[in-house]
Design a protein around this ligand. Structure first.
Ligand SMILES: [Fe+2]
Ligand SMILES: [Fe+2]
Length: 361
């Protein structure tokens, strides 16, 4: 609670949603033009390119921190989820999780109303572009989850039908989230061309264990980001400038369930958690996910300030809340921070070959 209270800071730099300086007269609204956004498949973009179909199409700059699409070693995934080969798979737990996903708590949650367009029309000036970027990035990230989970659902069907169905149902959730965000872009007369993105964008390859670390963290972080924004705006309705945030309370429960599923998956793969190499990799991923989140958010302080949040305190809140729920990862991160803060000792050359590998950790 103390951390949440600390999030509430006055915003002065660019104004905020409730600020009269941002909402300008409707007569200044841009002419309604439907623009389809495409993300370039390679570095180097082609902004403003007009292609067929009568719609304006522009490219989005692809950067190191842009949300990525992922692929993995699906053959190894099939082996990991083969119940004959992996006796750690707790079938009762996965069956229970499947029933939870089948319940589909948010089936009727993502229904839009006329408030969306009206609110978007009120957002003008610098905040409008910031909002568009927020919707684009969020939509791309959700769609990335959809693509990966959909393929895993397809590939694991024969090996482990229960796990496969859970992946398919998670891809249902992510498609819903991405679609809702893309509808949000239509309020700003834009749309992401998701079909084009699927085909044209580069995919980053991660081995299965890295997929587990990265997706588990991003789902849990996603949960804490959404719920923190939701609670903040509920307590401070003057910043509630666009209705999508009202949907975050139930929405984040989807992300929480996804994270719980990855937690069960990792428990079934103890080799990804328990040896010293795995622990180092888990540390690395934990740190890199947080660093990426922090760098992304500090580049977008205007967005968080626009809804009345202090970016640094928001990030710290998300990290702390996430870590409170994940004691083993919290322990890893605290060890990492402790190691980072250790006083270095000057030394001569060390013959690595003589070291016991167990001592590396
Ligand atoms: Fe999602
Ligand atoms: Fe998710």
């Amino acid at each position: 609670m103390a951390t949440e209270m600390a999030l509430l800071k006055p915003v002065t730099k660019i104004g905020y949603c409730g600020s009269a300086t941002i909402a300008t007269a409707r007569t200044n609204l841009p002419r309604r033009v439907s623009t389809v956004i495409r993300m370039s498949a390679a570095t180097g973009t082609n902004p403003g390119k007009t292609t067929g179909g009568g719609k304006n199409k522009k490219a989005i700059k692809e950067t190191l921190l842009a949300p990525r699409f992922y692929t993995t070693d699906f053959d190894e995934m099939e082996q990991l989820f083969n119940v004959e080969m992996n006796k750690n798979l707790n079938e009762a737990e996965f069956e229970a999780l499947l029933q939870e996903f089948k319940t589909d708590y948010n089936q009727t949650h993502f229904v839009r109303n006329k408030e969306f367009k009206e609110a978007a029309d009120e957002i003008q000036g610098p905040l409008r572009q910031i909002f568009v970027e927020f919707l684009e990035r969020s939509c791309t990230a959700e769609f990335s989850g959809f693509l990966l989970y959909k393929e895993l659902g397809r590939r694991l069907k024969k090996t482990n039908p229960v796990v496969a169905e859970i992946f398919s149902l998670m891809s249902r959730d992510e498609a819903r989230h991405a679609g809702f965000l893309n509808k949000g872009l239509s309020d700003f007369n834009l749309a992401l061309d998701l079909g084009f993105l699927t085909k044209a964008r580069k995919y980053t390859f991660f081995k299965p264990k890295f997929i587990f670390y990265a997706t588990y963290l991003s789902e849990k972080i996603g949960y804490w980001r959404y719920i923190t924004i939701y609670r903040h705006l509920k307590a401070n309705p003057q910043y509630q400038c666009y209705p999508i945030f009202k949907y975050f309370e139930n929405w984040c429960q989807d992300e929480n369930r996804h994270g719980d599923f990855f937690s069960a998956l990792m428990k079934a793969q103890p080799q990804f958690l328990n040896d010293w190499k795995a622990k180092l990799w888990a540390r690395f991923f934990c740190l890199s996910v947080y660093v990426t989140m922090y760098l992304n958010d500090t580049q977008r302080t205007a967005f968080y300030e626009g809804i009345g949040l202090d970016t640094k305190e928001f990030d710290m809140h998300v990290i702390i809340e996430n870590l409170k729920r994940i004691p083993h990862i919290a322990a890893l991160v605290s060890e990492l921070l402790a190691a980072y803060m250790m006083k270095p000792i000057e030394s001569g050359s060390v013959d690595i070959a003589e070291l016991d590998p167990q001592l590396v950790y």
